[in-house]
Each structure stands twice: as structure tokens, then as C-alpha cells.
Design a protein around this ligand. Structure first.
Ligand SMILES: Nc1ncnc2c1ncn2[C@@H]1O[C@H](COP(=O)(O)OP(=O)(O)OP(=O)(O)O)[C@@H](O)[C@H]1O
Length: 378
């Protein structure tokens, strides 16, 4: 194994799995560093669970290789791996109290009683259930049961903890608390977490890196900030956050920005991360057409937009008040519908439906996405 591989908790190369001839996971490669918290995010049926099950040894890949701490475990079943999986259904033993649930795996390993007691005590402290050891699991709240399941997994000191939508049964408020708790537990235990969710906010809240999946493919694997500000394609841009996608042509590198054409107008966008500037003709490798992604909250309206490098006149079609923000739908003509979201505060300007306003955005707020436009939720 190379030195870089040695620092990885988990590495998957070109994993594929088909069901009835249809690919559920399609040539996915990803690596997870030791102590990292990563999420697999995507719509229902995109292959997240199948990928996680392969990483955990509950499903065999048709093709590809998996290394756990530098060891090839591709054909080793779950019980022979140093990983542990937690599901939405926690499968705690209902007839045992909290302590015995957590101790179960250690007893199977026939560890000395004092060692078991010490490790169970530490695990209970870690999940902040210090006084709950004697409670029957039937007397726990959803969040407490979730913590017991995590303690039961961590007490075995797995190299990697694989979590399949573990918070989806909890109500919204508890879910937010548990996201913070999971993050804290992960940090304090130093365990590598691989977390599956279809909730973009949840993934953004907890992850060091997010893998966005669609139709079995891993479209982008990067930090939440990078995915938000530099989405790899139109699907990722629309699935994470809310964005405007404007069909544009003729991208061309112009100094420190990219220029694109929309009808007779020119807009400026941020340069791609790896600018094709090394090429003799810096614009040669860009596709002829694509889409400009501008997040709703990066669109300014009225006087705030006037001095921005990219502006359009637009008519306010709809205004919606959502507590912290005002959301606008705007008609910029030629079939272009824009959305803007402005923080709401007392005294902030409010635009009325029917009003013509200037809509504008900064160069750095616009990302050019080449290739075929893809469908996706916005
Ligand atoms: N055992 C199986 N037999 C046949 N098809 C399967 C099996 N497991 C998964 N699939 C199919 O593979 C695809 C990916 O499923 P998977 O459960 O991995 O998606 P997911 O992203 O986890 O979805 P969800 O968020 O709904 O759980 C789906 O089309 C699913 O129907």
C-alpha cells in the first residue's frame, strides 16, 4: 500500500452493483480519511444504501475493491471487518437494560468483566447517558435509544461506523439536536463516520465531506462549502440549496473571470477551479454551451444590485415571506424566470409584485456548468 493509502480509513475503487441488470451503484470510487465524517447524499433510489452496505460487507460488489485501513476486505463479510453499521431501525434488545445492550458485543468477545464495565461506563458517558445504565430500553425516548445504539457500536471500537439514515425516525427538533450530538460524539471518539442521508441540510450540518449521488453515480465528493459554491454540475447545484440555472453560450476566459453570453448580454462568472489557462488558447477546452448557476440568495435587487457587474431588469412576479427571508420570483423576459432570496429585517426594502427592479449578482457568485443540463429538484 502506498503512504497515502495508509492514512485512509476506507478506500473504494470503481465499485459497481447491479440488480436485475440495472446498476444500483455505478463505478463509484471514494476515500475516507481516518477520523473523518463523510455523508452520502442523494434522492431516494440513487444507491446510497447499496454503497454503504458494500462498504460494510453486507452486500458484495459485482466489480471494484474496498480497503479498510489498508487491508483488502472486498470479499470479507461484515462480521470479519472492523466496521459497524447502524440502521434506522436500531434493533436494540428490548428485554435487556441499557447497560446489557451496550455490553452485548464485548461479552461475546469474552472480555474480562472489569474491562467490560469500564468500557460500557465510558461509552455511556460519551453519549451523555451516564445515569441510564439500568433503564429498560423500552423506557427510552427516540433520541436516547439512538444514543444507546451509537454507544453499543462504539464500545466495540470499530475503525469505521456506517450509519444508514439513523435520524430519520426522529422529529425535526430532536433530529437537529442529534446532528450536533453525532458530530460531538464523532469528534470525541475520533471514529471515522460514513453517514447516509437524503436530507441536504443534515449532510451540510454534520459532514467534513459530502458525496452527492444520482442514479448510482457519485457526482461530486467534496467539502460542504465547495459543493455549495462550486457544484460540479446542474444536478448538484439544484439538489444542494436553491439555485437559478440560466442557459448560456460561448464561455471564454477573460482575465480573472469567465464571460458567457445570454442572448445579447454578457455575464461574468468565476473561473473554473482548474482554469484551462495552461492551454495555448485558454478557452479552447470549454464546452460551447452550458448553464450559469447563481444561488437565490446571491441575487440582489434594487439599489443593492445597481453597481454589480451582472445586472438585468426584471419584473417582480411573486413575493413570499418566510420568516427570516423574503423570496421573490422575477420575470427577466425571454422566458427567463429568476428567484432571489433576501434576508428580512425591519426597514429592509420590500419590492411589490408588478414592480420593475434591477436584479444583479457578483462575478464570484456565478458558476458556469458545462455539459448537458440535467434534471433535479430545486
Ligand atoms: N436487494 C435488491 N434487489 C433489487 N433491487 C434493489 C435491491 N436493493 C436495492 N435495489 C435497487 O437499487 C437501487 C438503489 O437502491 P438503494 O436502496 O441503494 O437507494 P437509496 O439511495 O439508499 O434509496 P433510499 O433513500 O430510498 O433508501 C434502487 O433502484 C433499488 O430499487
Amino acid at each position: 500500500m502506498s503512504e497515502t493509502t495508509a492514512a485512509l480509513a476506507l478506500e473504494a475503487r470503481a465499485l459497481s452493483r447491479r440488480f436485475d441488470g440495472r446498476p444500483a451503484v455505478d463505478r463509484v470510487s471514494l476515500d475516507v480519511r481516518e477520523g473523518e465524517f463523510i455523508s452520502l447524499l442523494g434522492p431516494s433510489g440513487c444507491g446510497k444504501t447499496t454503497l454503504l452496505r458494500m462498504l460494510g460487507g453486507l452486500e458484495l460488489p459485482d466489480e471494484g475493491t474496498i480497503w479498510l485501513s489498508g487491508r483488502d476486505v472486498t470479499h470479507i463479510p461484515a462480521h470479519g471487518r472492523q466496521s459497524h453499521m447502524i440502521f434506522q431501525q436500531l434493533a436494540l434488545f428490548p428485554h435487556m437494560n441499557v447497560e446489557r445492550n451496550i455490553a452485548y458485543g464485548l461479552k461475546l468477545k469474552k472480555l474480562p468483566k472489569t474491562e467490560i464495565r469500564r468500557r460500557v461506563g465510558e461509552a455511556l458517558e460519551l453519549v451523555e447517558l451516564g445515569g441510564y445504565g439500568q433503564r429498560p430500553v423500552s423506557a427510552l425516548s427516540g433520541g436516547q435509544a439512538q444514543r444507546v445504539a451509537i454507544a453499543r457500536a462504539l464500545v466495540n471500537e470499530p475503525k469505521v461506523l456506517l450509519l444508514d439514515e439513523p435520524l430519520s425516525a426522529l422529529d425535526a427538533r430532536l433530529r437537529l439536536n442529534m446532528q450536533r450530538e453525532l458530530k460531538r460524539i464523532q469528534r470525541e471518539s475520533g471514529t471515522t463516520f460514513v453517514f447516509v442521508t437524503h436530507d441536504q441540510n443534515e449532510a451540510m450540518n454534520v459532514s467534513d465531506r459530502i458525496g452527492v449521488m444520482s442514479a448510482g453515480r457519485l457526482l461530486q465528493y467534496a467539502s460542504p462549502e465547495e459543493i455549495y459554491d462550486r457544484p460540479a454540475d446542474a444536478f448538484v447545484a439544484s439538489f444542494i440549496g436553491a439555485t437559478n440555472l440560466i442557459d448560456v453560450q460561448s464561455p471564454s476566459v477573460d482575465g480573472d473571470a469567465l464571460t458567457v453570453r445570454w442572448r445579447a448580454r454578457t455575464f461574468r462568472a468565476r473561473l473554473p477551479q482548474a482554469p484551462p489557462s495552461a492551454a495555448p488558447d485558454a478557452s479552447a477546452s470549454l464546452p460551447a454551451a452550458g448553464q450559469l448557476s447563481v444561488r437565490h440568495e446571491y441575487v440582489r435587487l434594487g439599489p443593492a444590485a445597481a453597481n454589480l457587474p451582472n445586472t438585468l431588469d426584471a419584473v417582480v412576479v411573486e413575493r413570499q415571506y418566510v420568516g427570516t427571508a423574503l423570496r421573490y420570483a422575477l420575470d427577466a423576459g425571454h422566458g427567463l424566470r429568476l428567484h432571489a432570496s433576501a434576508p428580512h429585517s425591519p426597514g429592509a426594502p420590500v419590492h411589490e409584485p408588478g414592480e420593475t427592479v434591477v436584479a444583479g449578482w457578483d462575478t464570484q457568485a456565478a458558476v458556469f456548468l458545462g455539459g448537458e443540463p440535467e434534471g433535479g429538484a430545486s
